[in-house]
Design a protein around this ligand. Structure first.
Ligand code: ADP
Ligand code: ZN
Ligand code: MG
Length: 498
């Protein structure tokens, strides 16, 4: 008899069902301000090394930081989007440590009075909506970048990134699976992109995620010992790291060992992690209030002003698109994936009030053209006005869809007017029945075999003739008319033959 007791449960995979994974995240996000947090240097990414630097962001003695107001505004905006409490008097602290990418010998960060405390983010959990609580959000400065070249006996340093503003969001340990972590990160990323405060690109490092993970037997109320995983730079890497670390911890516990409280580094190529430092060598940062910066007083008026500018977020749009435009949930999700796409959709409707037509064109023709060009849907290189006038021409039967696609490709990335383009290239649909009949008769004359096939009852032969007529008009004839007229002409031809 095969029963549960007969299954060999001596492997970690099987034991996994008895455990629960507990995850809390620390997410660093680079803010898209024009200048750095404490100086006027540019934050542009990808420039030549050490061009965007000054005495402040290279930690020269005697230089004094001056806070960028925009950083505070962006941090407040994110805090409000996470339903957090804004600290009325917030302050910076010095986190002291030595590392070559940190020439001051300390990082200006926040420990005692972070700008945001509490809050939550609602995600679609495995069974319905779930709130992931936020512990805090604080502001800090980024460090420089070390460049190690294996062939050289020394390393290079690039200070362009030094002093770029960061916010760090710390969650409570409320996630229970890689799926929930993905949902959390996608939702967070979407909110932040809609706010316009960061592009949140894991690959480029404008979003960095540290995963704190522990396991415990299902039903246990006490949390297990956690590890912290660093160096995760793709969503897929995060998922794999969570699976790998969960397995490793369960295997340790199952063999009677304990999980060490340590920081681990994920190696995406090897698909495994290794220990970077244990709790024993945990650093003492000797935090103290930053003496060079005064506390920041945040008035209710200021908070209100920022709150007023809050955009409609993706989740709200998804609900509204369904009720207001009758668009399916799936399509609404697709249309709101980036704020650029959602904005294009909404603005096009203003000029051409056929939401479903607009939605279809964006989801089908636009996404496939973007894919062909290797672009994502933040790069809609046409204006809503251009799209609206193109769709209006289809609607009014000035052009058919095939020609419209051609026009769309031609105007993409230009400011050409579709109407003018169609006129200039003589692309309007041929509506003139006399002319279409002429062409149909010519095609019938040239394709005797197909006509005979049609007479013999092979109705597919008609499709071929329609195709030939469309070809002869370079795709410009009204396909519906061509269909009708081919039928009429065939019948007429058959009668005359009899
Ligand atoms: P520390 O003060 O050592 O940095 P925190 O309490 O600030 O630790 O927690 C850091 C992160 O670790 C948070 O995201 C938190 O949710 C998460 N965390 C804390 N304890 C656990 C645990 N037992 N299992 C998983 N994650 C945890
Ligand atoms: Zn600078
Ligand atoms: Mg911490």
């Amino acid at each position: 008899m095969i029963g549960e007791n007969n299954i060999d449960c001596n492997n970690a995979n099987c034991k996994m069902l008895e455990y629960e994974t507990v995850i809390g995240l620390e997410v660093h996000i680079e803010l898209a301000t024009n200048t750095k947090i404490f100086c006027g240097c540019s934050t542009t990414f990808g420039e030549e090394e050490n061009v965007n630097i000054c005495p402040v962001c290279t930690g020269m003695p005697g230089s004094v930081p001056v806070l960028n107001k925009k950083v505070v505004e962006y941090a407040i905006a994110v805090g409000l989007a996470l339903h957090g409490n804004i600290t009325p008097i917030t302050r910076f602290d010095r986190k002291n440590y030595f590392y070559p990418d940190n020439p001051q010998g300390y990082q200006i960060s926040q420990l005692y009075f972070p700008i945001v405390t509490g809050g939550f983010l609602t995600i679609q959990g495995e069974d319905g909506n779930k709130n992931i609580r936020i512990h805090e959000l604080h502001m800090e400065e980024d460090a420089g970048k070390l460049i190690h070249d294996e062939k050289e006996k020394f390393s290079y340093i690039d200070f362009n990134r030094s002093g770029v503003p960061l916010i760090e969001i710390v969650t409570e340990p409320d996630m229970r699976s890689a799926g929930e972590v993905m949902e959390f990160l996608e939702t967070l990323k979407s909110r932040i992109q809609y706010l316009g405060v960061s592009d949140c690109k894991l690959q480029e490092g404008s979003m960095r995620v540290d995963v704190n993970l522990s396991v415990r037997k299902k039903g246990d109320t006490k949390l297990g010992t956690r590890t912290e995983m660093k160096n995760l730079n793709s969503f897929r890497g995060i998922q794999r790291a969570i699976a790998d670390e969960t397995k490793r911890q369960i295997a340790l516990l199952e063999s009677g060992k304990v999980v060490e409280r340590e920081t681990r580094r994920w190696d995406d190529t090897k698909g495994t992690s290794y220990s970077m430092r244990s709790k024993e060598d945990a650093m003492d940062y000797r935090y103290f209030p930053e003496p060079d910066l005064p506390p920041v007083i945040i008035s209710n008026d200021w908070i209100e002003k920022i709150k007023k500018k809050e955009p409609e977020f993706r989740e709200e749009k998804i609900i509204r698109y369904q009720s207001q435009y009758g668009i399916s949930e799936y399509d609404s999700r697709l249309l709101t994936e980036t704020k650029e796409m959602a904005a294009c959709f909404e603005e096009t409707i203003v000029h051409f009030n056929q939401p479903k037509e607009v939605a279809n064109w964006l989801m089908v023709e636009t996404l496939s053209l973007l894919k062909e060009k290797g672009l994502d849907s933040t790069k809609l290189l046409f204006s809503p006005k251009q799209l609206a006038s193109l769709l209006t021409m289809i609607y009014n039967k000035v052009i058919n869809r095939t020609v419209a696609k051609e026009v769309f490709e031609a105007i993409f990335g230009t400011d050409l007017c579709p109407v003018e383009y169609v006129a200039a290239h003589n692309l309007s649909m041929i509506q003139d029945e006399e002319r279409i009949i002429q062409i149909v008769e010519q095609v019938i004359g040239e394709n005797e075999q197909s006509v005979q096939d049609y007479i013999a009852g092979k109705k597919r032969a008609m499709g071929f003739l329609v195709g030939q007529v469309m070809k002869a008009t370079k795709g410009k004839a009204d396909p519906q008319k061509v269909n009708e007229l081919v039928q009429v002409c065939l019948e007429r031809f058959i009668k005359s033959e009899v």
